[in-house]
Design a protein around this ligand. Structure first.
Ligand code: GLN
Ligand code: ZN
Length: 768
C-alpha cells in the first residue's frame, strides 16, 4: 500500500555525551590503539542507526557518519587529495586522512571553511589541473553492507553530489571544471552501481549548491550529470537533496532526470512553496519535504505543519510520492533533550533535538498514513508546550517590548561626526601616532582554567576566585605597561567564552548541559539558547574594567561582545524576527555601555567577529541582514559621548563584500586580521578609502611563532601604503587567550618596537 515515508538526511556524529569526540582525541593522542578506536566508532555508528530505527524512521542514511568531515570523506573517496599528501597509497590510510584534516609535523593541513551559512566547517578539497579522480575505496558500499549485515537495515546511502563537490573545492582553473566533472561522473556511476547491486533502492545526492544563485550554464551542467547518472544506473532511484534555502531555479531543477527532490520548507519555505504553486510538481517524482527545522532546536508546530503537508500531499499526487524529513542534516543540532535535567520545564518542553525531531517526522508521516486522529495526542502536546513558553513571563517582558516599540526607524547616530570625535578624542587621550593595543584576552593558562574549576567545584569561595582574577589582571596591566603598549585591556581572565559570559548575566538566555554541536573535526560548541526577551539586569563587566583602569593612567578598553555575534553564535527563538532579537540584545548592551561610561571607562570595544558569517546565502537577502546588523550595532554604541572612543574587532580579512557596512558601523577604531592572511585585505582598502581609526593585525596569533620586529614592520608598512598614518593602529590579529605568556610577551615587545620604528620613519612626513 502506498505510504508516506519518514526520512533522515543525516544524524549527529558526536554522540549524546560527545563519545565520538573523546574517541577521536584519544586516538590522536595515541592513548588508544587504532583497533580500539575503529571498534569504538563502529559501535557508535551502529548505535545511531539503531536509535533511528527505534524512533521509526523509514529511510535511515548511511555515509553521513564521518571520522572528521563528510566533504573530506567524499574527496578521499575520489582520490582528490592534496599532492603533498599523495604517497601513492591506493587506499588512503586513516593516518593520511587525519593529516589532510589536521596537518602533521611535516605537512600543512588543508584549509577549512564554513559549510554554507552554518557554524559547521568542512575541509576544502584541493584539486589541481592535473588531478586524476579515481575511486580509492567504495566506503558507501561498506557502510551500506554494514547496516544490512549487522542490523538488517536497508539504508539510504548519502553522498555529496559532484557539482557541489567541485564548486566547493579549490586549486584548479575554471576551464578544467568540465574535464574534472567528466572524469567524476563515471566514478559516481560505479559507486551507485555497486550500491544498487548490493540492494540499495535509493541514494541521496546532496547538492546544496542549488540554493546559491545559478547560471544557465550551471543548469546545463546539472542536466548533463543527472542524465548520465540516470542512464548509467538504471533502476537505482536518485533523490536530489537541497537545503538551507529555496532552490534557485525550481522550474528547471525539478525537471532534471531524477526520481525525487528534497526541498527545505523551513529556511526556503516561502519561495519553495510559491514555486510549487506556480509550476506544480511532477507527478512521477517524490517530494522529500523538509518541514522539521534541522538547524534550530524548537519543537515543530505540528498542527500547522500537518495542514501544510496535507496540501503538499494533494499536490504530489499520492502517498508514495511524499517523504517527511528534517530541513537539513541534523548535524547542526544537539542529539537529545533527554539528558537535560536542569532546564526550566517550560523551556525544556518546547525543545526538540535530533532524536525528538525524528520522532516528529515519524509522527507526521503516521498521521498522513493512518489519519490525523492517530496523532492527536502528540499534536496537542506540541501545541500546548509551544504555547506555554509563548505565554510565559520569559517572552512577555513589557519593558523590553516597550523599548523595542519606541525604536526609531532612522539609524541611531553618535552626537558628533567622526571628524569632530577624532579631534576631541585626540585631545583627551593624547595618543602617539600609530597607537599600540591588543584585542582583549591574554593567555588562559592552566592556572586560570584551574581557578574556574575550583570555583565550580566549590574548592574555592567566590571571594578567593575574585581575588585570583584581580591578581591576574593586575599582573597583566603591569606587563602591558612595561612593554609600553598605549591602550591597555584587562585581559578577560574571568571569561571562558565571549558569548556565554554575557548570556549568563542577561535575562532571556539558557544553557544546556549536553547541547553540543560539531563545529569542525572533534571541536564541538555548546551554543547558548536565546529563548526569551533579552534584558539587562545589572552591570556585567564594570567591576573588572574599573579595577583594571584604577591600576593605570593609560586608557583601558572596556570589552563587550556585540549583539550580532551573540545572536549568530546562539540558538535563537523563532517567534520574532532577527532584527528584533538583535535589537533586544543591543538595548541590553547599551545599558552596559552606559554603566561603563559612568564608571569612567573612556574606550569601549564591542567585538563583532561573527558579523560576516551571518550573511544570508541569497544575494537578495544580504542588504536586509546588513541593515539590521548595522542598526543593532549603532543602537548599542551610539549614545555615548563624543569623547568616549568606540572600538570594534573582527577576526578575519575578507572585507570586500561588507566594507561599506563596516564603515557604516561608525566606530572610532576597528581592529581586524592582517598577518595570518598575509595582507590579502590590502586590495579592499585600495578600492575603498577607509577614513576612520583602523588596525590591521601585524601579529598572527594563531601560531606559537614569535614574529620578528621586521616582519611586523613590514605588515604595517604595507598597510600604510593604502591607509593614512593618522588613522592607523598597531595590534595583533586577534585575542591572545590561546597563546602562552612565553609567546605573547616577547611578541608584544616586538610589536611595540615595530611601532616605534615605523613611527620614527614616518615622523617627518606627518609633522607637515
Ligand atoms: N576580545 C576578544 C578576545 O580578545 C575577541 C575574540 C574574538 O575576536 N573572537 O579574545
Ligand atoms: Zn578576533
Amino acid at each position: 500500500m502506498a505510504k508516506v515515508l519518514s526520512s533522515n538526511l543525516g544524524y549527529p556524529r558526536i554522540g549524546e555525551k560527545r563519545e565520538w569526540k573523546k574517541a577521536l582525541e584519544q586516538f590522536w593522542a595515541a592513548k588508544i590503539s587504532k583497533d580500539k578506536f575503529l571498534k569504538t566508532v563502529k559501535n557508535l555508528r551502529l548505535n545511531y542507526l539503531k536509535k533511528q530505527r527505534e524512533v521509526g524512521v523509514d529511510l535511515i542514511p548511511v555515509g553521513d557518519f564521518s571520522l572528521y568531515d563528510h566533504v573530506l570523506d567524499t574527496a578521499v573517496l575520489f582520490g582528490l587529495i592534496p599532492e603533498r599528501f599523495n604517497k601513492d597509497e591506493k587506499e588512503i590510510s586513516l593516518e593520511t586522512y587525519f593529516s589532510i584534516a589536521r596537518g602533521n609535523k611535516e605537512t600543512e593541513a588543508s584549509e577549512m571553511t564554513k559549510w554554507f551559512d552554518t557554524n559547521y566547517h568542512y575541509i576544502v578539497p584541493e584539486i589541481s589541473n592535473e588531478t586524476q579522480p579515481h575511486i580509492t575505496s567504495n566506503r558507501l558500499l561498506a557502510l551500506f553492507n554494514e547496516a544490512k549485515e549487522e542490523l538488517g537495515i536497508t539504508s539510504k546511502p548519502v553522498i555529496v553530489g559532484p557539482v557541489t563537490l567541485l564548486k566547493l573545492s579549490k586549486g584548479y582553473d575554471q576551464e578544467h571544471f568540465q574535464t574534472l566533472l567528466d572524469s567524476l561522473i563515471p566514478l559516481y556511476i560505479q559507486i551507485f552501481s555497486e550500491l544498487k547491486n548490493a540492494g540499495a533502492e535509493w541514494v541521496q545526492i546532496d547538492e546544496p549548491i542549488l540554493v546559491k544563485t545559478l547560471t544557465p550554464d550551471d543548469l546545463a551542467v546539472f542536466q548533463k550529470v543527472y542524465q548520465a547518472f540516470k542512464e548509467g544506473v538504471p533502476g537505482l532511484k536518485l533523490l536530489l537533496q537541497t537545503y538551507f534555502e529555496a532552490v534557485d531555479d525550481y522550474k528547471e531543477v525539478v525537471k532534471l532526470p531524477i526520481d525525487g527532490i528534497g526541498l527545505d520548507f523551513v529556511y526556503g519555505k516561502k519561495a519553495n512553496l510559491e514555486a510549487i504553486k506556480a509550476y506544480g510538481f511532477p507527478q512521477d517524482k517524490v517530494l522529500a519535504a523538509g518541514v522539521i527545522d534541522g538547524r534550530n532546536i524548537w519543537k515543530t508546530d505540528l498542527a500547522a505543519t500537518f495542514d501544510e503537508l496535507e496540501s503538499l500531499l494533494a499536490t504530489v499526487g499520492g502517498k508514495d510520492k511524499l517523504w517527511i524529513t528534517p530541513s537539513s542534516s541534523l548535524l547542526h543540532v544537539p542529539v537529545t533533550i533527554e539528558n537535560e535535567k536542569e532546564l526550566d520545564p517550560v523551556l525544556k518542553n518546547a525543545l526538540s533535538f535530533a532524536d525528538q525531531k525524528l520522532a516528529e517526522a515519524v509522527a507526521l508521516a503516521k498521521g498522513l498514513n493512518e489519519g490525523k486522529e492517530n496523532i492527536t495526542t502528540i499534536i496537542e502536546k506540541s501545541g500546548r508546550d509551544l504555547d506555554a513558553l509563548q505565554q510565559s513571563a520569559h517572552r512577555n517582558n513589557k519593558d523590553v517590548r516597550k523599548e523595542l516599540d519606541q525604536l526609531d526607524s532612522d539609524l541611531p547616530s553618535r552626537p558628533g561626526s567622526y571628524k569632530l570625535r577624532q579631534q576631541i578624542q585626540q585631545d583627551a587621550f593624547q595618543l602617539p601616532l600609530l597607537p599600540t593595543t591588543t584585542i582583549g584576552s591574554f593567555p588562559q593558562t592552566k592556572e586560570v582554567r584551574q581557578a574556574r574549576r575550583n570555583l565550580r567545584t566549590g574548592e574555592w569561595t567566590k571571594k578567593q576566585y575574585d581575588q585570583f582574577i584581580k591578581d591576574e589582571t593586575a599582573k597583566w596591566i603591569s606587563i602591558q605597561e612595561d612593554i609600553g603598549i598605549d591602550v591597555l585591556v584587562h585581559g578577560e581572565f574571568e571569561r571562558n567564552d565571549m558569548v556565554e559570559y554575557f548570556g549568563e548575566k542577561l535575562a532571556g538566555f539558557a544553557f544546556t548541559r549536553f547541547g553540543w554541536v560539531q563545529s569542525y573535526g572533534s571541536r564541538c560548541v555548546k551554543p547558548p539558547l536565546i529563548f526569551g526577551d533579552v534584558a539587562w539586569n545589572s552591570p556585567i563587566t564594570v567591576g573588572e574594567s574599573a579595577y583594571a583602569q584604577s591600576l593605570t593612567k593609560k586608557p583601558v578598553k572596556g570589552m563587550l561582545t556585540g549583539p550580532v555575534t551573540i545572536y549568530n553564535w546562539s540558538f535563537v527563538r523563532n517567534d520574532i524576527n532577527q532584527a528584533d532579537v538583535f535589537n533586544q540584545i543591543a538595548l541590553a548592551l547599551k545599558k552596559e555601555i552606559h554603566s561603563l561610561e559612568e564608571a569612567d571607562i573612556r574606550m569601549i570595544q564591542v567585538d563583532e567577529p561573527a558579523l560576516r558569517e551571518g550573511l544570508p546565502l541569497k544575494e537578495e537577502k544580504k542588504a536586509d541582514y546588513l541593515h539590521s546588523a548595522i542598526y543593532a550595532f549603532r543602537l548599542t554604541t551610539s549614545s555615548v559621548n563624543n569623547d568616549t572612543q568606540i572600538h570594534t574587532h573582527m577576526c578575519y580579512s575578507e572585507f570586500d563584500e561588507i566594507i561599506e557596512a563596516i564603515d557604516a558601523l561608525d566606530t572610532d577604531v576597528i581592529s581586524i586580521e592582517g598577518a595570518r592572511s598575509h595582507g590579502e585585505m590590502i586590495s579592499t582598502f585600495e578600492a575603498f578609502k577607509y577614513k576612520k581609526g583602523i588596525g590591521l593585525g601585524v601579529y598572527d596569533i594563531h601560531s606559537p611563532r614569535i614574529p620578528s620586529v621586521d616582519e611586523m614592520k613590514s605588515y604595517a608598512e604595507r598597510a600604510l601604503k593604502v591607509l593614512d598614518p593618522k588613522i592607523f593602529w598597531i595590534n595583533p590579529d586577534c585575542g591572545l587567550k590561546t597563546r602562552r605568556p612565553e609567546e605573547a610577551i616577547p611578541a608584544l615587545k616586538n610589536m611595540v618596537e615595530a611601532a616605534q620604528e615605523v613611527r620614527a620613519e614616518l615622523g617627518d612626513i606627518v609633522e607637515k
